[in-house]
Design a protein around this ligand. Structure first.
Ligand SMILES: [Fe+2]
Length: 476
């Protein structure tokens, strides 16, 4: 059987391009001055098609520079680890260098950062997407970060939850200032090493997702050891991981022996709880309150906010993950659900907002942690594969409009950029890559977020493989 992550637009591209003055159909809004950048896996080295999982390929960042109504350049560049040709190892306080950070790319404090979770090293890129080196926030946050920090719109600070199997039963909440240095780190004990891909932030609370997808010692042992040593290694890892801090030499050994482009060491774990944690933003782990939800998995919340005696949490909910198929996400439609946490009753009310299968939720990020009306997602078949439509949700009216980019086109994550600092909530553009099957190339497509009509398309010289997350980084 073929590996789905090596077929169609999941397949990696082999060439780095630099193209200037790109052809544009339509009109680029002249006030847009900056770069749209997006990260995704694009394995650099030889692959084993039997085991390759999409989440485990070297990052490649695809960027388009816009200014004065022109598309000045397109560049795609691998995120290069210091040890790109020698295999992964812990050489930096920044984290494990298994493969180039592949999950998100952001601008912060004048830097461009390629991000990944799980104790892996993050990387700084330059303006033209060349790798500068590992990033540990000037030494203030060693041992890895997350792909999903939330930027507080009031302060510009980055808030995050980080998980790493090497930290034992500890996940970390951190706040990174606008100077790019961590100013606050809170250790939070949580057992079992759940895969905490994202979190949420309201005006009052840090919101944690403790859901039943956990680190898999059996898979980690299979990835790192010759066959006769796998079972004893699994027993040792099972005994250590999620309970105590794993000694650095063992972490280093796992990092060194694990193959990039290998299976994902995560599994559905029915013994693990499914619960949401609320910790006051200035609190500690002792102030955490937990609220049970139906077992499921959430990679990405859309938004979260406080409302009277509740916390409203809108999420893209997968009914299951990595139960029967480690090649997921593909175990049922991922729907847009609302979890209303009743602080007085101690209960969560779960309701469905939209039952399209979808992923990659984004909002107008001036409203992160505040009540929002609109949300944008990408239609995703079976919870995973991209389809042709971008979805706009009106959460006040409870309506969803699906806008197809064309019958033979596939959408990706679309990010919202306001037309002005004080523009209304959907007065802006959505931008993201669209893959055109007949030509085998991609466009950067801009939609009017109000009407969902296409404003402009920047034509790229190659295709942009299906990837993860991106952002608009305005010129400072
Ligand atoms: Fe993500």
């Amino acid at each position: 059987m073929g590996n789905p992550y090596l077929e169609g637009n999941f397949a990696p591209v082999r060439q780095e391009h630099t193209v200037t003055e790109l052809a544009v159909t339509g009109t680029l809004p002249p006030q847009l001055d900056g770069r749209y950048v997006r990260n995704g896996p694009n394995p650099m080295s030889e692959l084993d098609p039997d085991t390759y999982h999409w989440f485990m390929g070297d990052g490649m960042v695809h960027g388009v520079r816009l200014r004065d109504g022109r598309a000045e350049w397109y560049r795609n560049r691998w995120v290069r680890t210091s040890s790109a040709t020698t295999g992964g190892e812990v050489r930096h306080r920044a984290g494990i260098e298994l493969f180039g950070a592949n999950t998100n790319v952001i601008g912060h404090g004048g830097r461009t950062l390629a991000l990944i979770e799980g104790g892996m090293a993050n990387y700084e890129l330059d303006e033209e997407l060349e790798t500068v080196g590992p990033c540990d926030f000037d030494g203030t946050l060693p041992g890895g970060y997350t792909a999903h920090p939330w930027r507080d719109p009031d302060t510009g600070e980055l808030h995050a939850i980080t998980h790493f199997f090497g930290r034992g039963d500890i996940v970390q909440y951190s706040v990174i200032g606008t100077d790019g240095r961590a100013r606050r780190i809170v250790d939070i004990p949580i057992k079992g090493v759940p895969m905490m891909h994202d979190f949420a932030l309201t005006s009052k609370y840090v919101v944690l997702f403790d859901l039943p997808v956990t680190f898999d010692p059996k898979q980690a042992a299979a990835m790192t050891m010759p066959r006769p040593l796998r079972y004893p290694t699994q027993l040792v890892l099972s005994a250590l991981i999620g309970r105590v801090r794993v000694p650095d030499p063992i972490t280093a050994m796992i990092g060194k022996r694990m193959h990039p482009n290998d299976r994902l060491p995560a599994r559905w774990n029915p013994k693990h709880p499914a619960r949401i944690g609320l910790m006051p933003r200035e609190g500690t782990a002792e102030d955490l309150r937990w609220f049970d939800v139906e077992p499921c998995y959430v990679f990405h919340p859309l938004n979260a906010y406080d409302e009277n005696e509740t916390v409203v949490l809108d999420v893209v909910r997968h009914p299951r993950m990595f139960v029967t198929d480690r090649n997921g996400p593909n175990e049922g439609p991922a729907t847009l659900d609302r979890w209303t946490i009743d602080l007085n009753a101690g209960k969560v009310r779960e309701s469905r907002m939209d039952d399209h299968s979808q992923e990659f939720p984004r909002i107008d990020e001036r409203l992160l942690g505040r009540r929002n009306r609109y949300g944008y997602t990408m239609e995703a078949v079976g919870g995973g594969s991209p389809a042709s439509s971008v979805l706009k949700h009106d959460l006040v009216r409870g309506t969803t409009v699906a806008t197809s980019l064309g019958r033979d086109r596939q959408a990706s994550e679309f990010v919202f950029v306001p037309n002005a600092d004080d523009a209304a909530e959907d007065d802006g553009v959505l931008m993201g890559y669209a893959y055109d099957l007949p030509s085998g190339r991609s466009d950067l497509v801009l939609l009017d977020a109000g009407t969902m009509e296409t404003v402009a398309a920047v034509h790229l010289p190659d295709r942009v493989p299906n990837g993860f997350h991106g952002n608009w980084i305005p010129t400072e």
